[in-house]
Design a binder for this molecule. Structure first.
Ligand SMILES: *[C@@H]1O[C@H](CO)[C@@H](O)[C@H](O)[C@H]1NC(C)=O
Ligand SMILES: *[C@@H]1O[C@H](CO)[C@@H](O)[C@H](O)[C@H]1NC(C)=O
Ligand SMILES: *[C@@H]1O[C@H](CO)[C@@H](O)[C@H](O)[C@H]1NC(C)=O
Ligand SMILES: *[C@@H]1O[C@H](CO)[C@@H](O)[C@H](O)[C@H]1NC(C)=O
Ligand SMILES: *[C@@H]1O[C@H](CO)[C@@H](O)[C@H](O)[C@H]1NC(C)=O
Ligand SMILES: *[C@H]1O[C@@H](CO)[C@H](O)[C@@H](O)[C@@H]1NC(C)=O
Length: 579
């Protein structure tokens, strides 16, 4: 699960935990006791999203227990019913028929018993044989943050919305044995069934600086025993949160239930690294005999590894959707402003647009893409084709609501000859650093070119999403950036405005690069090269808001680029009903 923010705050705070890793990275989790039950008086609309998932007010974090059951998608999420900062966490609950339009229900799980009195933290749903959903979640049992694993079941399986959940008295199901760290012991996954007929789950933990994904087994889902060796662990990565472990199909058109453990598949192991607050994954093989996950050769296992998203995206969780044979990923984007801004706004956090997960045909990474249902919100459309952009040119995309839009564009370029050299001193893993000094205003050879989102006419405020291509001996390096550094004129020193970036492992033989951006007031969620690199930025423009926001395509590279095709849509608001 994810906590609140790690920014300085002048009021006295209660320091909950502090981990210092051998890399010198430090993550401070602060709990704002004085604010966590300060109910929002006014909920500010400015910067609230139009089509992303948000409750009416207050704090949200991790998506929990997503599932499809009898024609309905369920989304639970960590929610503070009392304030706009982390605290008082319950499992809020919403249901949908299409992952886009939602109905809000009463919280499904909230502290009430000795085994979850101090908190109901993250967890997952499993549909047991006989079509019986069960939720596993982490309960906090004392003021020392001791964690246990509990289960909950629907009170009435005939209720199509499964509104009421029961936490049976034989909870907790799993307590930490002596060799396990009971305060880093949380976030159980969806269970999968082994060939021996036993269920397995994994959950996040640590031992000193080693990140661990503990493995538990059970015949009946009630009596769980720890498998001595963890499913996976990596030295020097610190605390692991919200692990996710699932198969992806190799060359398949259908994705797979979590219990598929053999066949033409690879396994994905995703970890939310508490120390850096990003979601990392590797691809590999699940050795079912040894009950061990083994990453493929060449995979980087740690904070230089592959990420679902290079920006504000954490504590994600996937589920298998049997209705459309796909795997769907939910991820949480926190705010990038200050705690006192959130208290003033009366809200904090959004769930990003659910994404499908498939294996890249190259077998080396995943491709993520917004679920097709999002397209039902597309309204007014404008198109642009065959538009050449010389160096320094930009073209405005008129006719759509630029603050609430979906844009798909394909750029092409005649030649890569002018690509700038990639210096050997640059860190191959630190795209963000490169983007921070090779931003959109720094002219290049091939690129920077891309979109300018949430912009004022004279670019006093703008969030560019763009590519830049470098030459590195016999190959090319493609940098993709989503740069928040000039996104807002709000005068705040030291505000978190990162130049999020990633390197795109893409074949450039056809001399084309595609980009899709979902723009939603304070969210810019972008997908490069069909979902090879995704970057989410949270930004707070002061002028480029509502009808004053503009959208452009631009080129600041010597090599002319062509917009092969660009389609932009104004996005409608989904229907969200309250019960
Ligand atoms: C919490 O930890 C302190 C210090 O280790 C200990 O004295 C206390 O008994 C613990 N409280 C509970 C409720 O476990
Ligand atoms: C269970 O849900 C069904 C459908 O909503 C309803 O008709 C029935 O009365 C419920 N049963 C109980 C015991 O609440
Ligand atoms: C156990 O976890 C807590 C919370 O992350 C941490 O402060 C502590 O150092 C951990 N202990 C060990 C031995 O890893
Ligand atoms: C729980 O499972 C373990 C391992 O299968 C077994 O040894 C133990 O007897 C079981 N306990 C209960 C109460 O059934
Ligand atoms: C392109 O470069 C010019 C000149 O440096 C700069 O004024 C402009 O803002 C740049 N465009 C973008 C999108 O950064
Ligand atoms: C989101 O907020 C920023 C700015 O406060 C922090 O730097 C990030 O660590 C935080 N991300 C998460 C996942 O909590």
């Amino acid at each position: 699960m994810g906590f609140g923010k790690s920014q300085l705050w002048p009021l006295p705070v209660f320091l909950m935990c502090c981990l210092i890793l051998n890399h010198g990275v430090e993550a401070l989790h602060k709990v704002y006791e004085n604010l966590q039950s300060a109910s929002a008086v006014n909920v500010k609309d400015l910067h609230r999203t139009g089509y992303h998932f948000q409750p009416l007010k207050h704090w949200i974090n991790d998506p929990n227990g997503p599932m499809y059951f009898n024609g309905i998608y369920h989304l639970f999420y960590q929610y503070n019913p009392k304030g706009a900062v982390w605290g008082n966490i319950v499992w809020a609950h919403s249901v949908s028929k299409d992952l886009i339009n939602w109905e809000r229900l009463e919280p499904a799980i909230f502290p009430s018993k000795s085994f979850d009195k101090y908190g109901c933290w993250s967890g997952s749903a499993t549909i047991l044989p006989g079509n019986k959903p069960v939720i596993l979640y982490s309960g906090i049992i004392d003021k020392n943050n001791t964690q246990v694993q509990n289960y909950a079941v629907p009170a009435n399986l005939s209720d199509p919305y499964l509104q009421e959940w029961i936490k049976p008295d034989d909870n907790p199901l799993i307590v930490a044995d002596k060799s396990v760290n009971k305060t880093a012991f949380r976030d159980p996954t969806t269970a999968w069934l082994g060939k021996d007929g036993e269920w397995r789950i994994t959950l996040g933990s640590r031992h000193k600086d080693k990140g661990i994904s503990l493995l538990y087994k059970s015949k009946d889902f009630i009596n769980w025993t720890r498998v001595k060796k963890p499913l996976h662990s990596v030295d020097g990565t610190g605390n692991w949160e919200c692990p996710d472990f699932f198969p992806v199909s190799v060359q398949g058109t259908k994705e797979l239930d979590t219990s598929v453990i053999e066949g033409n598949i690879k396994h994905v192991m995703k970890i939310s690294l508490d120390a850096t607050r990003y979601d990392y994954y590797t691809l590999g093989k699940y050795n079912t005999k040894k009950d061990k996950y083994i990453p493929d050769k060449g995979m980087v296992d740690g904070w230089n590894g592959l990420r679902y998203d290079r920006g504000n995206f954490y504590a994600s969780k996937s589920f298998f959707d049997p209705a459309k044979n796909r795997r769907i990923l939910w991820g949480w984007a926190n705010e990038s402003d200050y705690v006192h801004d959130d208290v003033k706004k009366g809200w904090a956090g959004v769930q990003l647009i659910p994404r499908t997960i498939v294996l890249d045909p190259n077998g080396k990474q995943l491709l993520l893409w917004p679920v097709e249902e999002l397209e039902t919100l597309r309204g007014k459309k404008v198109e642009l084709t065959n538009k050449k952009l010389e160096k320094g040119e930009q073209v405005e995309i008129n006719g759509v609501s630029a603050a609430q839009a979906d844009v798909e564009v394909t750029f092409s370029f005649g030649s890569l000859d002018k690509a700038e050299p990639f210096h050997s001193s640059w860190d191959r893993y630190d795209a963000q650093k490169l983007c921070s000094h090779k931003g959109s205003t720094v002219h290049g050879g091939v690129g920077p070119f891309g979109l300018i989102t949430l912009a004022t006419e004279k670019l006093e405020e703008f969030t560019p999403v763009f590519f830049r291509i470098f030459k590195d001996q016999d190959k090319h390096v493609v940098l993709m950036c989503s740069d928040a550094s000039r996104s807002s004129l709000a005068d705040k020193k030291g505000t978190y405005r990162p130049s999020f970036a990633g390197f795109v492992d893409v074949d450039l033989t056809d001399k084309k690069l595609s980009l899709r951006s979902l723009i939603d007031h304070s969210v810019v969620e972008s997908f490069g090269a069909n979902g090879k690199v995704c970057i989410t930025s949270r930004v707070y423009p002061t002028l480029a808001t509502y009808n004053n926001a503009h959208l452009y395509a631009f080129n600041n590279g010597t090599e002319a680029v062509k917009i092969e095709s660009l389609t932009a849509w104004s996005m409608n608001k989904p229907q969200v009903m309250n019960q």
